[in-house]
Design a protein around this ligand. Structure first.
Ligand code: ATP
Length: 359
């Protein structure tokens, strides 16, 4: 099922939770709603589900206005951060629940229920846990059971609100890969809420970046990561070094260092910020005639193929983070405290929020 929301507004008292949100969620895709705490992600999910009413605007399910439809009619499956499994019911009964409470004329037979529950348990790879009770499961297992339960009623859309938020980092990582594989098998239109940019980038077909009740950008993981529409998106989607300064006729001057900002050729002494990802920073040994920023290496360590460097700019004490290959790190033979030359390879300049890229 495809989902479209149009001009959604939602207030809680004087607080604007959603400010004119319009979005498309294509059939069969997995979309991440990504943004900081309080930006309206959950509220939007609840409005799509029919659990919350928008003050104005519309939700279309498969092109049909769902405004008057009850939650049940919308046929959505939910999974929340705090797995709401029934503690007094076995895993089997938890998954069977949605089937047992169906109207009599559409309720499956006992043998159909058994078959369905067992096939869902196989799908989430936990068929050996059918007779256990929720308190006897790990957090990750509970979330997989919660997902199986949501899928039992064959929802037309699956809504996941921080489904792995309460789990530790390692389990979280495993489960998000597992969710992606599951989605590739089932192709149910799915929306999941997260504030973890790595999770969104790794799992989603499309990412909606939200901030303060508004949509900052919608696009593929590659689009939002490599072509962010605003400085907010750039900063939210990964570590970033900021170089503040003035932009004049295509050049950003940050503390006496000039950076190219070719798309801002018309700028006349405007405020600008250059954004550089840590892996887009080149580092070399200091020589008096080398061009670049002079910085002192404060701390460094190599883990696996990458080395992280923490540098302090000599002229203004700004902290600069760089990530280089361990090979290069070892080749340079860096020692903490030494002076280096730092050069951004790729810098993105935002002037009053319009961006340009220089390579
Ligand atoms: P988080 O990642 O912390 O869950 P979120 O992006 O999902 O955040 P929402 O839960 O949608 O954010 O909330 C958006 C804003 O609306 C928040 O400031 C929240 O305090 C407020 N809000 C949400 N529900 C209500 C409510 N029922 N009454 C009053 N304010 C609410």
């Amino acid at each position: 099922m495809s989902i479209e929301v149009k001009n959604i507004h939602k207030r809680f008292g004087n607080f604007i939770a959603l400010d004119n949100v319009s979005l498309n969620f294509p059939q069969g895709e997995l979309t991440a709603l990504l943004g900081p705490s309080g930006c309206g992600k959950t509220t939007l999910l609840r409005i799509i589900a029919g659990l919350e009413q928008a003050d104005s605007g519309h939700v279309f399910l498969d092109g049909e206005d769902a405004s008057g439809q009850h939650v049940r009619e919308r046929q959505v499956g939910f999974v929340f951060q705090h797995y709401a499994l029934f503690k007094h019911m076995s895993v089997f009964e938890n998954i069977a629940f949605g089937l047992r409470v169906k109207r009599r004329d559409v309720r499956p037979s006992e043998s159909e229920i058994k078959k369905k529950v067992m096939s869902l348990l196989e799908l989430v790879q936990l068929d050996w846990l059918a007779d256990r009770y929720p308190p006897q499961l790990s957090g990750g297992q509970r979330q997989r059971i919660a997902l199986a339960r949501a899928l039992a009623v064959e929802p037309r859309v699956l809504l996941l609100d921080e489904p792995f938020g309460a789990l530790d980092a390692k389990v979280r990582k495993e489960l998000r890969r597992w969710l992606r594989r599951l989605h590739d098998e089932l192709h149910v239109t799915s929306i999941f809420v997260t504030h973890d940019q790595e999770e969104a980038l790794e799992v989603a077909d499309q990412i909606v970046v939200m901030n303060k009740g508004r949509v900052e950008q919608i696009g593929s993981p590659d689009e939002v990561y490599n072509h962010p529409a605003s400085s907010f998106v750039y900063g939210f989607l990964g570590n970033v070094n900021l170089f503040h300064g003035r932009v004049h006729e295509g050049v950003l001057d940050s503390g006496g260092i000039a950076f190219d900002a070719p798309d801002h050729a018309q700028a006349q002494d405007a405020n600008g910020i250059g954004f550089v990802r840590p892996h887009d920073i080149e580092v070399e040994r200091y020589t008096a005639d080398a061009e670049g920023i002079v910085a002192r290496l404060r701390r460094s360590h190599a883990i696996g193929p990458l080395a992280q460097l923490e540098l302090v700019r000599a002229d203004n004490a700004q902290l600069i983070e760089a990530v280089i290959s361990t090979e290069r790190y070892q080749h340079l033979g860096l020692t903490e405290g030494e002076t280096l030359i730092v050069r951004p390879k790729r810098l993105r300049v935002f002037v009053n929020e319009s961006a340009s890229q220089s390579a």
